[in-house]
Write a protein that binds this ligand. Structure first.
Ligand SMILES: NC(=O)c1ccc[n+]([C@@H]2O[C@H](COP(=O)([O-])OP(=O)(O)OC[C@H]3O[C@@H](n4cnc5c(N)ncnc54)[C@H](OP(=O)(O)O)[C@@H]3O)[C@@H](O)[C@H]2O)c1
Length: 294
């Protein structure tokens, strides 16, 4: 299959390149491929791709709160450009979206048919991106995911690892719940979804759920360092963007197709083993402790 990946240099973009390596891949990489520019439509048309996987986005959640127009321009207007061109060239479109389209007021996992009501500018821009993608390209699949991490780029796991390496105590939000998702697992699941020619909306996250505090405790425990992780409230964290307290997604549609992402703890364990070996060869973590390699 001939596949255009936008945002190919991002976390998911990298993992998609790995998972889809047997296909013909065309890579949209900023700044040569910039969804803020009209020329992007020509670039999508010229790619003549059977599938366009649109991962490119403004992903800084707090940054979006301070600069909502830019987030909307990239995530909604830019997505519409890509979607229009995909439709014109007869391509299927897969658009990546987020758990932050929901307000978190539920206490049971959100399904694909639950009504979105984003609390922050990032969520509003991604929801508008969903709407424009679905309206502009008849053959669109919206894949909502959450709390993504990988070896590439900035993410929560890497930040916690760096902080735990440098300081004996961490303070992490304990009243927001979601689904950590390894970008590699999502890319593998998307590779399987590709052959099914799906449309509409589908949720795809790591299995299980936790709070950011529980997630950080698991990371620190896998590092084997004697770091204390204190749970703080969302109010104490003083972040620019409000976030849903409960952003757990139900992957029911995906499960019916026989596709299940691994439990977040299993993925994290695998990821941490590889990451620790790469970062601290010879087991050079501080505090005289040390991680296990088996
Ligand atoms: N990360 C998460 O936790 C998470 C959760 C839910 C949903 N999602 C969604 O999943 C998708 C992939 O996320 P990710 O974590 O892989 O994101 P990422 O690592 O931030 O990658 C996004 C990519 O988009 C590129 N980009 C930014 N502005 C652009 C523009 N104007 N034109 C073209 N490309 C542009 C970035 O370029 P630079 O590298 O040069 O900045 C980057 O390569 C996104 O759509 C995101 O909204 C992510």
């Amino acid at each position: 299959m001939r596949i255009l990946i936008t945002g190919a240099n991002g976390q998911l973009g990298h993992e998609l390149q790995r998972a889809l390596k047997d296909h013909t891949l065309l890579l949209g990489i900023w700044p040569e491929f910039d969804v803020l520019k009209g020329v992007v439509e020509k670039q999508v048309l010229e790619a003549e791709a059977e599938v366009v996987i649109h991962t490119a986005a403004y992903t800084d959640v707090d940054g979006a709160e301070r600069d909502p127009d830019n987030a909307m321009a990239i995530n909604a207007v830019g997505t519409e450009r890509v979607a229009r061109a995909a439709a014109k060239s007869g391509s299927r479109l897969i658009y990546l979206s987020t758990d932050y389209v929901f307000d978190g007021k539920k206490s049971a996992p959100y399904g694909e048919t639950d009504e979105p009501n984003p609390l922050n500018a990032y969520g509003r821009s991604k929801l508008e991106g969903e709407r424009r993608a679905l309206a502009s390209c008849p053959n669109t699949l919206v894949v909502r995911t959450a709390w993504m991490y990988s070896a590439h780029g900035k993410n929560f796991v890497k930040t916690v690892m760096e902080l735990a390496h440098a300081q004996p105590e961490l303070r992490v939000v304990g009243d927001q719940r979601g689904c950590p998702t390894h970008a590699g697992d999502l890319a593998e699941a998307m590779a399987r979804m590709l052959s099914l020619n799906l449309r509409g909306v589908i949720h795809a996250t790591g299995a299980g759920d936790c709070t950011w505090h529980e997630f950080a405790c698991a990371i620190v425990s896998l590092m084997g360092v004697p770091v204390t992780v204190h749970a703080i409230t969302t109010a104490e964290a003083k972040r620019a963007a409000p976030r849903p307290a409960y952003a757990v997604l139900a992957n029911r549609r995906l499960a019916k197709l026989g596709i299940v992402l691994p439990h977040w703890r299993d993925s994290l364990t695998r990821f941490m083993r590889a990451e620790l070996k790469a970062r601290y060869p010879g087991n050079t973590l501080p505090h005289g402790s040390g991680w296990r390699t088996e």
